[in-house]
Ligand binder design. Structure first.
Ligand SMILES: Nc1ncnc2c1ncn2[C@@H]1O[C@H](COP(=O)(O)OP(=O)(O)O)[C@@H](O)[C@H]1O
Ligand SMILES: [Mg+2]
Length: 237
């Protein structure tokens, strides 16, 4: 029914938060598609619905109305358990605050999603070492997060996010806690994952210099898509 090169297809998606008698429409009829291999940045003022949209894309929350097809699967009506399952199989997350386990080594942090998703096998350790190498972490496998710089910690978080070969990598302000030089380093890592490994990325940022790395920018306003901007158009702004 849906073309399989759409990783994400949203049709008229609403999210309405109910607080007692008060209703707040955080997403107000979002239609959008993201193709396999794309790199999309989501921008918009505070309160425009970026985090709400990311929560829905990340199967952390369900739309109040409309449809969400993730690789052609209608997940809009999924139960919490079904959403958790599809999250483990298809999605990777990178957060502003890294969210690493502090008493756990780099290697153990990266292996965590593999342990949750299925029986751990010996070939997994080879994959972990390969991903560590890709991200320049091979010398740190036995280090703890507090022994690493911010940029290294975010690279561990990225390694953990891609260890299950996700269909979609979601990053919410991934450089929000990093200085500008380290932000550039992390953005080059994400760019390589997209260009060399073909990983589809959706990233939220409020910084133009970060959004510039994406192939397309989606601007939200009041819970709606205000505009799509191509990389070429954006660089002329
Ligand atoms: N859990 C919630 N309950 C009620 N209102 C919420 C909740 N989360 C977000 N909102 C509201 O929804 C709107 C969009 O918020 P959000 O998605 O966090 O925007 P952004 O990430 O762009 O700042 C805001 O008006 C916000 O106050
Ligand atoms: Mg937000």
């Amino acid at each position: 029914m849906h073309k399989t090169d759409d990783i994400v297809l949203l049709e008229d998606v609403y999210k309405i938060y109910k607080m007692g008698d008060v209703q707040l429409t955080a997403l107000n009829g979002i239609a959008l598609s993201i193709k396999r291999g794309e790199y999309v940045a989501i921008m918009g003022a505070s309160g425009s619905g970026k985090s709400t949209l990311m929560n829905i894309l990340g199967c952390l929350d369900r739309p109040s109305g409309g449809k969400y097809y993730l690789e052609g699967i209608d997940v809009s009506g999924f139960s919490k358990g079904e959403l958790a399952d599809i999250r483990n199989k298809k999605l990777g997350f990178v957060f502003q605050s890294f969210n690493l386990l502090s008493r756990t080594t780099v290697l153990e942090n990266i292996e965590m999603p593999l342990i949750y998703s299925r029986n751990f096998s010996k070939t997994d350790i080879d994959r972990i070492r390969q991903v560590m190498k890709t991200l320049g972490l091979e010398k740190h496998e036995n280090h703890y997060p507090n022994q690493l710089s911010g940029g290294q910690q975010q690279r561990v978080a990225i390694a953990r996010a891609i260890i299950n070969n996700p269909s979609l990598l979601l990053a919410d302000e991934p450089t929000g806690n990093l200085d500008s030089a380290t932000s550039v380093e992390v953005m080059h890592v994400l760019q390589d994952l997209n260009q060399k490994m073909g990983i589809t990325i959706v990233l939220v940022t409020h910084e133009n210099d970060i959004a510039r790395y994406a192939g397309r920018i989606i601007v939200l306003k009041d819970g709606k898509v205000l505009k799509h901007i191509s990389k070429q158009q954006f660089n002329l702004l």
